[in-house]
Design a protein around this ligand. Sequence first.
Ligand code: GRG
Length: 289
Amino acid sequence: MADMMTVSDYAQMFESSLPSFVPLAEHAKADMRDMMLYSLESGGKRVRPVLCLAFCELCGGNAENALAFAAAVEFVHTYSLIHDDLPCMDNDDYRRGKLASHKKYGESNALLAGDALLTHAFSLFAQAVEQKKVSADAAIKAVGVLASCAGVNGMIGGQFVDLAMENRESTIDDLFLMDRYKTAALIKAACQLGCIAADASDEMIEKAGLFAENLGIAFQIIDDLLDDEDETSSDKVNNKATYPALLGERQARQLAEEYTKKAVEALSAFGARSSFLQTFALQLVNRKV
Ligand code: GRG
């Protein structure tokens, strides 16, 4: 029934299942579950889980079976935001209008909350196999994809490139390179994990990756544009190169539209059933938050 689902249906489905994926802290001294939930449930848009669930259904699977994979990606995303806000990184006191994790729990605890999310993300694959949601083969494939998209040749690599670019003149190609890793890689993991949960063919997994690589760049351009409207943005304070800073607002928006178009084109391999994802991609380029 993929065609009947809306973004908020998928997001709601994810939201209701989320607490079940967060572990209890057995020692319960400082409640780590609360710390993890604080950042997991502080108003994220759930873009990655929605993509994961929608790709699962697009490939003929049952979205319920992809919930653990969607949670794993959202855990990694959430850890990255907690660490990104730390004083040694972007030094942001607020995230989504609420106190950043380190402002609420202290810097060392925020570091641990991020570590706990990252570590637990990978135990969710084993859990999904134990609960017979996916096959062991699918889980192994998914672990490989997420680890690679989150690591040296994925998000962490992108963050490293980002830091290396600070206080240097950057070109638009530098931004493309950085964002392919920093932002698009995790979006790619979300899309491909959805396909893997549905036992999709390698060809479909590849096409989902192509969609995500383009959507990810469009997503970051819009993120930069929205950030540009915010005078207190850490990008401004840290004097970072962004698409609007290099191209101007109008051209940056045009570029985001071009990348969205390329993403939508990659969906043609999936036929008419991809209309949900086509619409979602267009909504993301027009988003206001
Ligand atoms: C390991 C110390 C340490 C730091 C790592 C990996 C990392 C820091 C940061 C990741 C890079 C990062 C924050 C990329 C930005 C990607 C991006 C546009 C995030 C915002 O995504 P949304 O809009 O967020 O989906 P919401 O709030 O909706 O969940």
